[in-house]
Design a protein around this ligand. Structure first.
Ligand code: PNW
Length: 444
């Protein structure tokens, strides 16, 4: 069961979230480093890519109807860098037109547009010039943001610079699971800094243009020791520093955490300390993505491995999702209260992503529309959000990930996160019971 809408503060925003590369299809966009990564055998478990995805590029009116008809107030989407600037620099007018039309489509349906400027589809031309390892990425990214803001900024309700810089930097350059697929501490360390420099530079440029309601979306994952050895405690601590503290501390002006700086510091670009003030731009809100907890033994090597490489999908279990991610709603309450206490103070927080992968029919052979476990999951995490609000944390909204089943990066099209089922042959959209549950909650 989902909680009652009236349990939430007045004006609390309910939304559904997606990202460009995962749903649009790449027709009309320039090549991105995700196309390159996906074309390399072994990187994507089903060897798929985002070339067609959910064909949102042509089916967006139907998709926005689904957001509206569920009763959501808002829609979180991202702009594709490779669509707006196919070579990373030159503006593609058709790309901007698409987002202009899309935003108008949201407004026509009474939906508030929550924009994310970048959700991982970096133009291949920029990747070829070093991508996030190259300091120049900060200026390039700021240019992207002001170009988009100049066109649609008058109509978006709120904008985030980046989605999940941990994934952009560490998962992609050290763990090698996302584009560009590197396993290199120097590349990773530079990306860990440049991604933040890009954020700060973009916020400053957007403010100069008059933009407001600006934030960033960070991901948080509980890191606990697997046992009571000192090795496990140390590994969980290192992991927490690199995943849950590095970015929030930097953007809040608290400096990089010592436990991560020990290993990363020697590889950071020279003079990085001079960038910290620019990185700590005042923000209007923080986006919190939360999914799971992982346990650490200390046997993971120099750096604890935060993420398993994509592998065969286990059957969804009661306590774990189709991704084999542990279901632990109290972790969301813990992060929201911890963030307010240790980092963000009174800054408004939004849960910008939370959701679960579940095979069609919930793994039980039931109809593809039956996903009672997702209803349970969403209800438990909404109640976990309420618990943080009751403890005084200013949480302003909750966005379910995701509106649609879509391209789950290295996992391809296997995991299904959607409130709406997508048949990848016919592209037919079918609302699941979770979509109906949100509709019942939101429309009363
Ligand atoms: C987030 N990890 O990704 C993204 O914002 C979405 O694009 C994605 O579909 C969603 O969560 C579900 O996975 C993550 O390995 C991907 O720790 C991987 C990790 C974390 C977040």
């Amino acid at each position: 069961m989902l909680p009652d809408r009236l349990d939430f503060p007045q004006g609390f925003t309910f939304g559904a979230a997606t990202s460009a590369y995962q749903i649009e299809g790449t027709a009309g966009a320039g090549p991105s480093h995700w196309d390159t990564f996906a074309a390399t055998p072994g990187n994507i478990i089903d060897a798929s890519n985002g070339s067609r995805a959910c064909d949102h590029l042509t089916r967006w009116p139907e998709d926005l109807d689904l957001v509206r008809d569920a009763g959501f107030d808002a829609y979180r989407f991202s702009t594709s860098w490779a669509r707006v600037m196919p070579d990373g620099v030159t503006v593609n007018p058709d790309g901007l037109d698409f987002y202009d039309t899309l935003v108008d489509g949201m407004l026509e349906r009474g939906l508030r547009p929550f924009l994310t400027y970048h959700h991982w589809d970096l133009p291949a031309a920029l990747a070829d010039r070093g991508g996030w390892q190259n300091r120049d990425i900060a200026a390039r990214f700021a240019d992207l943001c002001i170009t988009i803001n100049a066109r649609i900024g008058d109509r978006v309700a709120s904008a985030a610079t980046l989605n999940e810089p941990w994934c952009i930097a560490w998962l992609s350059h050290f763990l090698g699971h996302h584009a560009p697929g590197l396993r290199d501490i120097r590349a990773a360390s530079r990306a860990m800094h440049h991604v933040l420099l890009a954020h700060g530079t973009a916020i400053q440029a957007l403010r100069a243009q008059g933009a407001d309601n600006l934030g960033i979306v960070l991901n948080f994952e509980t890191a606990h020791p697997a046992d009571d050895t000192p090795e496990a405690a140390r590994a969980a601590g290192t992991q927490d520093a690199i995943y849950n503290q590095w970015f929030i501390r930097a953007v809040m002006g608290q400096g990089y955490p010592q436990a991560a700086l020990q290993g990363i510091g020697p590889h950071l670009p020279e003079g990085w300390q001079d960038d910290m003030a620019l990185i700590a731009q005042p923000l209007d809100w923080l986006g919190v993505n939360y999914y799971t907890r992982r346990l650490y033994t200390g046997n993971e090597g120099l750096w604890p491995h935060a993420s398993e490489a994509p592998g065969p999908l286990p059957k969804t279990q009661i306590t774990r999702t189709q991704m084999d991610w542990e279901i632990r709603p109290e972790g969301l309450t813990e992060f929201l209260t911890r963030l307010a206490r240790d980092h963000t103070g009174t800054l408004p927080l939004y849960v910008t992503e939370n959701g679960m992968a579940l095979e069609a029919g919930g793994g039980t052979g039931a109809a593809i529309t039956e996903d009672p476990r997702r209803v349970q999951f969403a209800g438990d995490h909404l109640r976990a959000t309420l618990a943080a609000i009751e403890q005084g944390v200013d949480v302003r909204g909750f966005f379910y990930w995701s509106l649609l089943d879509n391209y789950e990066w290295g996992w391809g099209y296997g995991p299904r996160f959607g409130l709406v089922h997508v048949d990848y042959d016919t592209m037919t959209r079918t609302p699941k019971s979770s979509w109906h549950a949100f509709r019942a909650m939101l429309k009363g």
